[in-house]
Ligand binder design. Structure first.
Ligand code: A3P
Length: 320
């Protein structure tokens, strides 16, 4: 993956082992504290490397999010928008690949530099918190689309994601109560969730022309409106003719939870097969609903998350 003129990658593992550490969401993986957030060591290794080597281009569109907030969906929508003149809703790569295989992930795929990039594809994705983004992201002036989600739904989604990974890896599962405590303390993959969201929220207020801030719930309620917004922001708005011929609706339908989760590739395929972070594609799709937390959290748990959200977001002008 390395061009001759790129420096060879360093290993950050030794440094990571010196960082504050906490129990993670399964019996094997601890989380490490770096620049205000908690990370799994494999991902942190990639983040540190990306901070050293990743070079954003001014034309890049970076899809950012906290895990379980609609990343898979946003990748699909953005990919479908950007490639709509090359493919249609019967030939799109989204029908044969999970969206994560259509958009490179900075801290995994591009952490050692950009030589592995497809020069035709402006879309990239990351979960890196705003304050830890590689310097070139802000220096390049590239655009960012951020998606966040209600904390109660994000937590429940994260718990079920972790559960399914534990089953896949034959690990002893942690209880909902244990994991809830960790989440409330901000101890989750790229957590605290609230700080992650706030970083991008404030940045989006400062630079609205560069950062589009989306909420899962809003996109879900009126997907067509946000597909148009996204296309405009990305710099490829729909023409009146495209709108008349239903191009927006086709993308909404192709990227819908029902459609993507029922594709053969997303029922039986694997993402990053033969790597230590291999995941069955079906794990990325669970319920795809707003308010699923009501079926999983006690009223006390819900109230506690609401209180934390209120405290953390307070007068920021943001409601989660
Ligand atoms: P649930 O676990 O609540 O079902 P991420 O992609 O950031 O990991 O977010 C995952 C959440 O988005 C999961 O929520 C998943 O089911 C949901 N999701 C995946 N694809 C979706 C789609 N096309 N439309 C709406 N939600 C989707």
């Amino acid at each position: 993956h390395f061009a001759a003129n790129e420096e060879p990658p360093k290993s950050y593992r030794e440094f990571i082992s010196t960082l504050p550490r906490t129990k993670g969401w399964n019996a094997e993986d601890d989380l490490y504290h770096y620049q205000g957030f908690w990370f799994h060591p494999t991902f942190l290794d990639g983040i540190m490397s990306a901070q050293d080597y990743f070079k954003a281009q001014p034309s890049d569109i970076l899809i950012c999010s906290t895990p379980r907030s609609g990343t898979t969906w946003l990748k699909a929508l953005a990919f479908a928008i950007v490639t709509r003149n090359s493919f249609d809703d019967s030939t799109s790569p989204l029908l044969s690949k999970v969206p994560h295989d259509c958009v490179p992930f900075v801290e995994m795929d591009l952490s050692h530099g950009s030589s592995a990039r497809d020069p035709e594809m402006p879309l990239l994705a990351t979960h890196i918190p705003f304050s830890s983004l590689p310097k070139s992201v802000l220096e390049s002036g590239c655009r960012i689309v951020y998606i966040c989600r209600n904390s109660k739904d994000a937590f429940v989604s994260m718990f079920h994601f972790a559960r399914r990974l534990e089953i896949q890896r034959n690990l002893e599962p942690l209880s909902l109560e244990e994991v809830f405590e960790l989440f409330c303390e901000g101890k989750c993959h790229y957590g605290p969730q609230w700080d992650h969201v706030l970083g991008y929220w404030r940045a989006s207020l400062e630079r609205p022309e560069k950062i589009l801030f989306l909420k899962y719930e809003e996109v879900k309620e009126d997907t067509g409106v946000y597909v148009k917004k996204l296309a405009e922001f990305i710099g490829c708005p729909f023409s009146p003719e495209e709108e008349e011929t239903g191009a927006v609706e086709k993308i909404v339908k192709m990227c819908s939870f029902e459609n993507l989760s029922n594709l053969e590739v997303n029922k039986t395929g694997k993402h990053r097969e033969d790597t230590p972070v291999s995941i069955q594609n079906k794990v990325f799709f669970w319920k795809g609903k707003i308010g699923e937390w009501e079926n999983h959290l006690t009223p006390e748990m819900a109230a506690r998350l609401d209180r934390i959200t209120e405290q953390k977001l307070g007068n920021s002008g943001l409601n989660l």
